[in-house]
Design a protein around this ligand. Structure first.
Ligand code: BGC
Length: 487
């Protein structure tokens, strides 16, 4: 028999049982879980498909890791590992989606590779999307449709990067530009007059072709990484085409053209895929002065934060523009403003800054620091970085987080960073929509080849089988429960 409490409860609109209290460990309802990849890093190395059907030799990065002169140049730190050592997702994608499904992915980050679809220079003659379309490689176009269809059939939302560093070689000849930027012809991001129309047309083509299958786009990946590894300080950590050192003039030109490129890609995607959400992926770092009592180090930290984060984010949101890069905006650029629906945050490192007595180049007065990066887990750093990202008032995704020491540290990275992420959401009120681990499987880590391993799954070099690491089991448990784990 029901007691009197029941009818009093019913009159008050509730049952005898207390309404469920919100679980303090839960991530928000609908929070997305998944992994992140980039085409160049995961597509090649197919287990059974002939190399000619799997390898994409038409990009600047392919050239960078295979050109004998580049590989032989010890100052460029390119291992020259064959790209066939990669995980071969061009062939295995559907099998990988089955693993993602079992691992409770709701989102997967991938890129669509410009050089696969438009491998030759003929594409430069196109001035409209229709003209460009006539030059696309049909098998590559179709394969990306199959990949997106596989994700959607599994209920996994694709988050697509339109350009994850890699350019077709006809757009950028990194080996020639390494030798002489003035005469290399295909000079990529340095030359805005040529590059901007090309990448805008590419973005418009991608959005028209795949817009029905993709709702969440990122224009560029880590613009700052392109400048540092390509024009400023190619190093063992990252050396990319064209591998020029301390070329500040080119660095500044590339920074500006990437910002302008983002804005024009944003507009092109919106025009072709109205209603979609478009953002950019930034590598955000937790910056601290090497010696907090040293004034120059403190100023250095402020300047690095400015050049790394705020210069870009201010321009993309308010259009604030600092012509002389002295840290103070000089004007508002409407052609850059209001181009950020969502912000992708790649978070890996803390960094300490050593202040220099003078700027490395008088043309960039705020460039007066030397950064030292660390791979130590730094969960408080993630919280601080999210605090900066939140100032820009758009939804945030963690589009990458991980470690090259995944075998030993993967579980710790997940536990520590997810705790910090949860605190940022629950305690600081930051609007983070999803967490994508870098990466699904060991991949071709740019100049390092397979020397650095980031995968939740290890790659068997012979069979290309995906072998779960402890971090894969941990990730699955998080994604399945959508809450913090305490065991
Ligand atoms: C890039 C990835 C890279 C990862 C790990 C990020 O800089 O977006 O392509 O593999 O970091 O180094």
């Amino acid at each position: 028999m029901l007691g009197t409490g029941w009818w009093i409860g019913a009159l008050l609109g509730c049952t005898k049982d207390e309404p469920a209290k919100p679980d303090p460990d839960a991530f928000p309802e609908g929070f997305a879980w998944g992994t992140a990849t980039a085409g160049f890093q995961v597509e090649m190395g197919c287990p059974t498909w002939p190399e000619a059907e799997c390898t994409d030799p038409a990009s600047d990065w392919y050239q960078w890791v295979t050109d004998p002169a580049i590989v032989a140049d010890g100052g460029l730190f390119v291992t020259g590992e064959p790209v066939t050592a990669g995980p071969g997702m061009w062939e295995t994608f559907e099998d990988d989606v089955a693993i993602m499904t079992a691992d409770h992915h709701s989102t997967f980050r991938m890129s669509i590779e410009w050089s696969r679809i438009f491998p030759d220079a003929a594409a430069e003659s196109a001035t409209t999307i229709e003209e460009l379309d006539a030059l696309a490689v049909p098998s590559a176009v179709a394969r990306y449709h199959e990949m997106l269809a596989a994700l959607r059939a599994a209920g996994i939302q694709p988050l697509v990067t339109v350009n994850h560093y890699v350019l077709p070689r006809w757009v950028h000849d990194g080996a020639a530009c390494h030798v002489d930027l003035a005469t290399c012809g295909a000079d990529g991001w340095v030359n805005g007059d040529r590059m901007l129309p090309l990448i805008t047309l590419w973005a418009g083509w991608v959005a028209r072709e795949y817009g029905d299958e993709v709702d969440l786009w990122m224009t560029l990946n880590e613009p700052y990484a392109t400048t540092v590894s390509g024009y400023l300080l190619p190093s063992e950590d990252r050396s990319g085409p064209p591998g020029r050192s301390m070329d500040t003039e080119a660095t500044v030109a590339v920074m500006v053209h990437q910002l302008e490129g983002h804005a024009r890609m944003y507009d092109a995607i919106k025009a072709e895929d109205p209603g979609s959400t478009v953002g950019i992926v930034m590598n955000m770092v937790d910056i601290a002065p090497t010696d907090p009592a040293n004034e120059a180090d403190v100023r250095a930290a402020e300047h690095m934060d400015y050049l790394y984060h705020r210069l870009y984010l201010d321009a993309m949101t308010t259009g604030a523009w600092d012509d002389d890069l002295d840290g103070v905006a000089d004007r508002t650029r409407d052609d850059l403003a209001g181009r950020l629906d969502v912000l992708g945050v790649n978070y890996y490192n803390g960094v300490t800054t050593l202040g220099l007595p003078f700027p490395l180049d008088p043309a960039v007065p705020t460039f007066d620091f030397f950064p030292e990066f660390s791979w130590e887990p730094n969960e408080e750093g993630l919280r601080r970085v999210l605090g900066i990202a939140a100032e820009y008032d758009v939804p945030i995704w963690i589009t990458e987080n991980g470690t090259p020491y995944v075998e030993d540290q993967g579980v710790e990275i997940l536990d520590h960073h997810l705790l910090a992420l949860h605190q940022a959401i629950a305690d600081d009120g930051v609007d983070v929509r999803g967490y994508l681990y870098w990466s699904f499987v060991d991949n071709y880590e740019w100049n390092h080849g397979l020397d650095l391993k980031f995968g939740l799954y290890a790659l068997d070099p012979d069979t290309k089988a995906r072998l779960p690491r402890a971090a894969a089991d941990r990730f699955r448990a998080y994604a399945a429960s959508n809450k913090l784990l305490h065991d």
